[in-house]
Design a protein around this ligand. Structure first.
Ligand code: FER
Length: 282
């Protein structure tokens, strides 16, 4: 009897801790009130803009970087690369989702491993501003080209300027909408570069899982977290849901979180809140 009770407690613990499962993980609690607002009683990280030369595009390009409270060149950090949507640029996360408040608040509660967060511009073309027709095929193509900017230009630039670990165990890639599609497309293709991949409200640029996953066993072995979330009132949600069904079918561990809301910033702030807490845990 005693053994039954401890087994029940053990199983109970298993279902309340979000972990990579092959089934729907709707046991994730919504982010608490105030999680994305400024608190004046805690330490704060810093946001800065960096410029790097992109051989891929042939221009200087910009990215924003968040360094956490207590940041020091004497320490070593993990890196999360966090990508924007079709109408955004490197400032979109900072201007619309309050990532600095979300992360500061989580550090204050000891819920994050030390990481810097890089907010790139994922439209890899000479004029990378979200101007004119943001659905222009040339602009959509630039979101694909960004794969090479990220791997060959931006990551080396970040790794030469910041005190960060330089291997896949310490790199994560996530994004919202177009950026979610990019994170899944590039992350699943480059398992030697990233161990954590997250797609929030991933857009129609997401390649099909049949194309992205040629070796389910390798994906399972390499990725520590594969996260998919989307809003219950977003008409792009079937893209993530289908991906989730494929992963479930192939028994590839992942987290699927059907969040509340449409194709809106609150779902992406919530995505960052949940996903960031799963990163770089031993
Ligand atoms: C599309 C609908 C939405 C599409 C992209 C999006 C490439 C992206 C939305 C976003 O990034 O918010 O048909 O095609």
């Amino acid at each position: 009897m005693k053994r039954c009770i401890s087994l029940a407690v053990f199983l109970g613990l298993l279902v309340t801790i979000p972990f990579q499962s092959t089934s729907a993980s709707s046991n994730i609690e919504p982010a608490p009130p105030g999680y994305d607002t400024y608190r004046d009683d805690i330490a704060h990280g810093e946001m800065e803009t960096v410029t790097y030369y992109s051989g891929t595009v042939g221009t200087e390009r910009k990215a924003m970087v968040y360094t956490p409270p207590g940041y020091s060149k004497k320490k070593k950090y993990n890196v999360l690369y966090l990508l924007h949507g079709i109408g955004g640029d490197e400032k979109e996360w900072y201007e619309q989702m309050n990532p600095h408040h979300i992360l500061d608040n989580l550090y204050a509660e000891n819920k994050l491993e030390p990481m810097i967060v890089v907010f790139p511009n994922g439209r890899a073309m000479k004029n990378d501003r979200p101007e004119g027709n943001i659905f222009d095929p040339e602009k959509i193509a630039a979101f694909e080209t960004f794969e090479y900017d990220l791997l060959n230009d931006l990551i080396p630039a970040i790794e030469s300027r910041y005190p960060v670990w330089k291997n896949r165990h310490h790199r994560a890639l996530a994004g919202l909408s177009m950026g979610g599609g990019q994170a899944l497309n590039f992350g699943l293709k480059h398992l030697d570069t990233f161990s954590y991949v997250g797609g929030f409200s991933s857009a129609p640029n997401t390649k099909s899982p049949e194309v992205l996953i040629t070796n389910p066993q390798k994906v399972t072995q390499r990725l520590k977290v594969l996260w998919l979330s989307s809003g219950d009132a977003d008409n792009l949600t079937p893209i993530s849901e289908n991906f989730h069904h494929y992963l479930t079918d192939k028994k590839i561990p992942h987290i699927w979180y059907l969040d509340e809301g449409g194709h809106v910033p609150s779902v992406w702030s919530s995505g960052l809140f949940h996903f960031s807490q799963l990163l770089f845990k031993k």
